[in-house]
Design a protein around this ligand. Structure first.
Ligand code: HEM
Length: 124
């Protein structure tokens, strides 16, 4: 994982991925109401910084936001299986749209699926 950040193209890759993801969020009836409507740019920036840090890039996320503790940070949102699937649907379109090595795409996607599963906080 240590060279993943460089291999996908560094900051530009994560900026593009996050902005593509949010271009799908704004079209999604489950997701859009969950996000701060006056700060989608900020949300995209937070996701970008987190993913950069996770994949071996700069630790700007931690420096500005503190320890990720993502499950805790998502506790105030109602995340059921439908919301997880909507999130993954938006993210899948973003990931599929990236020009990248296929082995790295598989690696990225399996992490995102696992992480999204872990964020579910409502029983079905
Ligand atoms: C499973 C469905 C998910 C839903 C419905 C969801 C929803 C949200 C919402 C509504 C926010 C607040 C936006 C903001 O102002 O930052 C947020 C923040 C965030 N989400 Fe998610 N999320 C999900 C999964 C994930 C996953 C899988 C990751 C990471 C791989 C992730 C990473 C983040 C990060 C880094 C933030 C910003 C946290 C902060 O620093 O405050 N989310 N999410």
């Amino acid at each position: 994982m240590s060279d993943f950040y460089e291999r996908v193209g560094g900051e530009k890759f994560f900026a593009d991925l996050s902005s593509q993801f949010y271009s799908h969020v704004v079209m999604d009836p489950i997701l859009l109401p969950m996000y701060p409507d006056n700060d989608l740019k900020g949300a995209a920036q937070r996701l970008k910084m987190f993913l950069e840090q996770y994949w071996g890039g700069p630790t700007t996320y931690q420096n500005s936001r503190g320890h990720p503790r993502l499950r805790m940070r998502h506790a105030r949102f109602h995340i059921d299986v439908a919301a997880r699937d909507a999130w993954l649907g938006a993210m899948n379109k973003a990931v599929q749209g990236m020009d990248m090595d296929e082995a790295l795409r598989v690696q990225l996607w399996s992490y995102l699926e696992m992480a999204a599963d872990a964020m579910v906080n409502q029983p079905d």
